[in-house]
Ligand binder design. Sequence first.
Ligand SMILES: O=P(O)(O)OC[C@H]1O[C@](O)(CO)[C@@H](O)[C@@H]1O
Length: 404
Amino acid sequence: MADTPFAPVILGNEPGSFPHSVLAERHPAIISQVRDAFPYGPGQHRALDELLKSCTEGTVEPLPADAPDRDRWQEWDLADHTGRSWYDVPWLWSESWFYRRLLQAVGYFGPGAWQGVDPFRPFKRAELDAPETGEELAALDGLRDLPEEDRARALLHGSLWGNRADLGFRLSAAGAEAREPAPALVADDSETLWSLLPPGGAGTLVLVADNAGRELVPDLLLIAHLLTEGRAARVVLHVKPYPYYVSDATTADVVDALRRLRTAPGAAGEYGRALWSALGDGRLDVRAHPFSCAPLPYERMPGDLRADFAAATLTLLKGDLNYRRLVGDRLWPPTTPFARVTEHFPGPVGALRTLKSDVITGLSARTEDALVAAEGQRWRTDGTHALIQVSPAGRGASAATSRR
Ligand SMILES: O=P(O)(O)OC[C@H]1O[C@](O)(CO)[C@@H](O)[C@@H]1O
């Protein structure tokens, strides 16, 4: 990345900073919520106590010798960080490590009776079953008579703003969900996005999902629209291979959401059934790649995932965490071009994100000035602003063009 300004990697060691509060307050709160939600046994309680101590005042410890993903974590810098405070290693790394350790504490990786029991499932289910979800689905009927472009735009915005529905975020940002989102986007490349997905195009969209429940439902509706209206011939949906960041979507969450959609009345049910058959005939595919839970930026993605993204007409990444991983979890000057920080990506790439952490790129100087004048730095983290950014280039773009 020649010419790219130096930008420091974000750590969690500055008291009073947002990352510090996530490590010092949010993670302990998540431990106690999970503990209260399940009738865990004494071994699990002990392990949760140990995790609480480790994550708030301890250091990064090695994984047990028999951990199934030990080699993977070695590749993901575990040896470099072992023995260091959770606050002094990259924040992105510490957060991922927390979720990996939490699953270990509750027995998710087994062996034993708790193997595969998702500690966040009750929270995700409650969201899917909430009356608001039903109301949002019923509202779809109101779109029926709109021109296709307007329906596409409405569904894109539904998917974008669905990213506010993040359970981890709500734990520490009391009232954030209730605050009205600021209407204007801080960056809006949606025209470029639609130019890559024209009606009748034969392309493949890769959508890298973020949260389950009230974010995944509008993501699935957008996918259904793109497939049924012929804006994409194929969609590949990437989800997490294990529970992560409280509400991140796994394959089980996709199944729950599809069941919910398929049995809904009206347009929602039609979309749900269209998705069900698209899975059956391969136009929709779900992947759960291990790197989706890696504590690293996408710049370090492995070759097989790189090839997947390179083959896509467009890869759309949802949410704040994916954004941090896409552009690098660094304090960029906000006007650093999005295209420059995503040059490493192997094909056309876009981000749909509400702003929930300090990382930001691709703003005009005017937008940045207006945000700072109105809100200081609060706009970066309070989840009321959103962006649609797209880079049609990407290093692999020329190679990918021949495949599209
Ligand atoms: O669900 P999202 O949009 O990825 O947001 C999760 C975000 O929440 C945080 O845990 C704190 O805001 C960030 O670390 C992360 O980027």
